[in-house]
Design a binder for this molecule. Structure first.
Ligand code: CO
Ligand code: CO
Ligand code: CO
Length: 330
């Protein structure tokens, strides 16, 4: 189901009572947020997918880091997690499942959360992920609707994990690239989120399946702003551009690109392969933070101190609302 048709289906659901609903379906934000009282709001999210690497333990780590990320992207702290498992128990050795779940459980522990249960279904194709519940002070909530004109956009992981995953399956990714990218995908967004909280940032989303520009478009729409990106400032994983130039592009890239076409203007001097990477579906991507320009340096320094390679990749403009622009330079 493409994003367009999913939007139509969601629009047909009955309206939900909004009294305590701080974040619902309307802005396609990273998670739902429900206020419990003046000091606490519940964050709920779920994410699961088919294996993107051969190593089941690593796949479990990546899938869990990806699911936990939506809590971090809302400014929250993960409390509990539940396994979501599809597995062909009659065809695949159970040691594979054990390794997937071990990888996931270790990430949950690393996040300071507790695994409390789950649900599994017999399915020909393995899938794994988590449903995660987190908590946030309502005043510390980060959403994709709080990017303000004058903010710069800081990204906390490189782009290109979709194309590298495709290259892994085709046997075309270099070993050291696979190691770099899988380690990055398995890294929690916890440290980046901690910096966002230290700086009291409020505009944030994480970059996953709709690609950099897909999630940026949601932010632009929800915030009523335009976003301008500088392609030369966007960090790509090693070998990603080379693979895109070879034409090795995941199918999701074209789906994202077609869906976003009316909302994106790209300068003529941005190469085709660079454009493809901007729409590349990411797994467990970084946070995209809207940072007041006066705090840019401080934000990058604090990220670096926590071992996060942040990069300023664009800026927020007053309008037209929902539009994205991509140019070469700052
Ligand atoms: Co998300
Ligand atoms: Co998600
Ligand atoms: Co059940």
């Amino acid at each position: 189901m493409g994003p367009g048709t999913l939007t139509e289906v969601l629009a047909q659901l009955p309206p939900m009572p909004t009294e305590n609903l701080l974040v619902g379906l309307e802005n396609y934000d990273d998670a739902g947020v429900y206020r419990l009282d003046a000091e606490r709001a519940l964050i709920q999210t779920i994410d699961f997918f088919t294996p993107i690497v051969d190593d089941p333990y690593l796949f479990g780590q990546i899938a869990a880091a990806n699911a936990l990320s939506d809590v971090y992207a809302m400014g929250g702290v993960p409390l509990t997690a539940m396994n979501v498992v599809c597995f062909p128990a009659r065809k695949l050795d159970l040691t594979v499942l054990r390794e997937i779940l071990r990888g996931g459980a270790e990430k949950v522990l690393e996040a300071g959360a507790v695994l409390v249960g789950g649900h599994s279904v017999e399915d020909p194709e393995p899938k794994y992920g988590l449903a995660v519940t987190g908590i946030v002070h309502p005043e510390r909530l980060m959403t994709n609707s709080q990017a303000k004109p004058g903010d710069v956009l800081i990204l906390t992981k490189p782009i290109g994990s979709g194309i590298i995953s495709t290259a892994i399956k085709a046997g075309l990714a270099r070993a050291e690239v696979v190691a770099t990218v899988t380690a990055s995908m398995a890294t929690l967004n916890r440290e980046a989120a901690a910096v966002a909280q230290e700086l009291a940032l409020r505009g944030c989303t994480d970059i996953t399946g709709f690609g950099l520009l897909g999630h940026a478009a949601e932010m632009a729409q929800a915030s009523g702003v335009a976003l301008r990106f500088w392609v030369e400032a966007i960090p790509f994983y090693p070998q990603a551009l080379e693979l895109a130039e070879m034409g090795l592009v995941p199918g999701g890239t074209y789906a994202n690109r077609n869906f976003l076409a009316p909302r994106v203007q790209i300068a003529v001097d941005v190469a085709e392969a660079e454009q493809d990477l901007l729409f590349d579906p990411q797994t467990s991507g970084g946070l995209l933070l809207a940072v007041p320009a006066s705090r840019e340096e401080e934000c990058l320094e604090r990220l670096a101190q926590r071992g996060v390679q942040g990069a300023t990749i664009g800026e927020v403009h007053g309008g037209p609302a929902g539009q994205l622009f991509v140019v070469r330079h700052r």
